[in-house]
Design a binder for this molecule. Structure first.
Ligand code: PLP
Length: 460
């Protein structure tokens, strides 16, 4: 791919301007040094100093068609020339076409789309719809989940990072979904862990009072929490429990959807149809902010004769919807979903499993498609995480050294707590994937050095 000519002085100017006025998400403002980025194309982006990075993070796991896909850039330019904005109360061609393209890909009768600007707003509205539909006050979600950083979304999120500033909310009830590798419940097989998790959910519902629960909200494959692929039968079991108690089943596919798992929706792998699906990110590769809720016919019908009490100035924004139409059509034309499935099965999965055999720091490999995680440990037997939860400073050195080694090798990694997620664009080529995996392999030596078996070298 093209890169722009190095211009360190321009990079310094961007850094200074950023420092002066940009307040960054999820960061101690005085402790960060955001990389000034000059551009990106396909699976790569580059800085002002002449360094190019293979994007193994897809940014925040959203650039599913890579950077600056020419068809989508052209569609945004064309849409900008025709109609930049129009209030949600009007019927607009690209708004309707994007809704049709999404609805065609959702399972079952989830055929109506409520548009938002991103994932958290989608979760907020799914929760509101479920509460209005059932007339019930509580919503359940799992520990080890991420649903966004707005009000209901953060209260549902089961991520230890949130506890520091959040008291929780009345009506947000957490439970433990299946996670065999880190289960504290002594399950030995995926089947036992699935049984354990379903029994635990059922019991939690009974103790909370089934008639008080509006919704169960799950990521189909929990992303930020570590790419937790549910065991066979789990989601079908949750569907059955929800049906029995009249609870709305919401699958959050903000990260898992639109090709990431090697299917249009991760629910497709499990043959499960929820009542609501939240989506964002990959729907248009993040080129313009966009998200939405796909709504079942039953829930949509609730609001046929009474207004839905929710809305956003930019719901169904024409520029965003135009980019979604172009993205979905491009993914279909170029076989990008199939590519993700193929690369996962034949390149990324086998390579990561092989690395796990050689590297003492790799405790577990999980994933599918272009959606993978390595759970890094100090000790494969005890499974002690390579760094403690919420580690910072010297405590986080093993992960920081690993990330620095990836970057020196030209790969931009996704690192979260004791894990690295391998989440490149869904249209990454085999050659690019292999290039990145070789760098990752090398960088794992930095993690190995902090294990109880530091002598075992990656090349050993
Ligand atoms: N839900 C899931 C599963 C996510 O992964 C995310 C973001 O990572 C969100 C919701 C929140 O989306 P956004 O950051 O667009 O609000």
């Amino acid at each position: 791919p093209r890169t722009t000519a190095p211009d360190p002085a321009a990079g310094e100017a961007v850094r200074a301007a950023d420092r002066a006025h940009v307040f960054h998400s999820w960061s101690a403002q005085g402790l960060i040094d955001p990389l000034p980025v000059a551009g990106g194309e396909g699976s790569y982006f580059w800085d002002y100093d002449g360094n190019r990075y293979l994007d193994f993070s897809s940014q925040l796991v959203n650039t599913n068609i890579g950077h600056q896909h020419p068809k989508v850039v052209a569609a945004i330019q064309e849409q900008a020339g025709r109609m930049c904005t129009m209030a949600p109360g009007f019927a607009v061609d690209v708004r309707a076409e994007a809704a049709r393209l999404v609805a065609e890909r959702t399972p079952g009768n989830l055929d109506k789309i409520f548009w938002t600007n991103g994932g958290a707003e989608a979760v907020e509205n799914a929760v509101r719809m479920a509460k209005l539909h059932t007339g019930r006050p509580k919503v359940m979600s799992t520990y080890r989940s991420y649903h966004g950083h707005t009000s209901a979304a953060i209260h549902l999120t089961g991520d230890p990072r949130r506890w520091a500033n959040d008291t929780g909310a009345a009506g947000a009830v957490h439970f433990f979904g299946p996670h065999l590798y880190r289960s504290h419940f002594y399950a030995e097989t995926e089947e036992q862990e699935c049984e354990r998790a379903l029994a635990h959910l059922e019991e939690t519902i009974v103790y909370e009072g089934p008639s008080t629960i509006a919704a169960v909200v799950l990521e189909t494959i929990a992303g930020t929490a570590g790419v937790l692929v549910p065991p066979p039968g789990y989601l079908a079991g949750v569907r059955e429990i929800c049906d029995r108690h009249g609870i709305v089943f919401v699958l959050d596919e903000v990260m898992a959807g639109f090709g990431r798992s090697g299917a249009w929706f991760a629910a497709d792998h499990f043959g499960v149809t929820p009542d609501l699906i939240t989506f964002a990110k990959g729907v248009n590769s993040g080129y313009v902010p966009l998200g939405g809720v796909a709504i079942s016919a039953e829930i949509a019908a609730r609001f046929d004769q009474r207004p839905y009490p929710g809305g956003l100035t930019y719901s169904g924004h024409p520029l965003a919807c135009g980019s979604a139409v172009a993205t979905i059509n491009t993914m279909a034309e170029e076989g990008i979903v199939e590519n993700a499935a193929h690369i996962g099965e034949s390149v990324i999965g086998p390579a990561l499993r092989e690395m796990a055999e050689r590297h003492p720091s790799v405790g577990e490999v999980r994933g599918m498609g272009t959606f993978w995680a390595l759970d890094l440990v100090r000790d494969k037997v005890t499974r002690e995480p390579l760094v403690p939860y919420n580690a910072s400073g010297p405590d986080n050195a093993p992960m920081a050294e690993f990330a620095a080694a990836c970057k020196r090798g030209g790969v931009w990694p996704f690192v979260n707590m004791n894990r690295t997620h391998v989440v490149p664009p869904c249209n990454i080529t085999e050659a690019e994937a292999k290039e990145g995996l070789a760098v990752l392999d090398e960088a794992l030596s930095a993690a190995d050095a902090h294990t109880s078996a530091p002598g075992a070298s990656a090349r050993g």
